[in-house]
Design a protein around this ligand. Structure first.
Ligand SMILES: C[S@@+](CC[C@H](N)C(=O)[O-])C[C@H]1O[C@@H](n2cnc3c(N)ncnc32)[C@H](O)[C@@H]1O
Length: 196
């Protein structure tokens, strides 16, 4: 198992204490404007912190590659009837056009190939669907500040890339931001609604 997954097995028992970020998850879910009966995918679901915040009446799939994180997510998934699977967000084992909404919360900046992760989200999206992004990313203008560049190697090793140009990559994957707003840490974390 590679370090990208091993580290989350190690973090899993403590994750919820560090990364609740509940108001921002709620805001992303609000912007998704989910309708009863819609099919939803949470890609890289972690411990399932989004699951109890989703409205009732949805059909939910949630996937992750870390057994430790999935074990934490299991009780939350059981409570809302979500299907939990071990799956790579960069190679989703779902047919194209399966979901009305895909949540990419704190995952794109973590995977080795963010563009492929976004392409997969776009592929499994139904016509008229949307992708909800909540993450840290940097799309300019210019280069990230020196401190952000200097800290990035350590952050990337331990947790996450700070400077992924996610909106540019999303556009390359055919997903365009129809709404974007700052969320946390003076806008380092942002929320975007992406549509094909
Ligand atoms: C920062 S956590 C975010 C978890 C959750 N989305 C949240 O908002 O709390 C990143 C998650 O991505 C998972 N992950 C890393 N690489 C992955 C991959 N290639 N496919 C699926 N999940 C992956 C990790 O196991 C971890 O649970």
């Amino acid at each position: 198992m590679n370090w990208a997954i091993t580290r989350y097995n190690l973090y899993a028992p403590h994750y919820d204490r560090w990364i609740a970020l509940t108001p921002h998850r709620r805001r992303s879910i609000e912007l998704a404007r989910l309708q009863p009966g819609e099919r939803v995918l949470i890609s890289g679901c972690g411990t399932g912190l989004d699951l109890p915040l989703l409205p009732p009446g949805l059909s939910i799939d949630a996937v992750d590659l870390s057994p430790g994180m999935l074990a934490q997510a299991a009780p939350r998934a059981a409570r809302c009837g979500a299907r939990l699977q071990t799956m790579n967000a960069q190679h989703l084992d779902f047919p194209s056009a399966s979901f009305d909404c895909v949540f990419l919360h704190l995952i794109v900046a973590i995977v080795p190939d963010p563009l492929q992760c976004l392409r997969e989200a776009a592929r499994v999206l139904k016509l008229g669907g949307r992708v909800m992004l909540f993450d840290k990313y940097y799309d300019g203008p210019g280069r990230p500040r020196l401190v952000r560049r200097a800290l990035n190697p350590l952050f990337r090793f331990l947790v996450t890339d700070l400077n992924t140009p996610t909106l540019r990559l999303a556009a390359e994957a055919g997903l365009h931001a129809v709404h974007e707003e700052p969320a946390f840490l003076r806008g380092m974390f942002r929320i975007a609604r992406l549509e094909p």
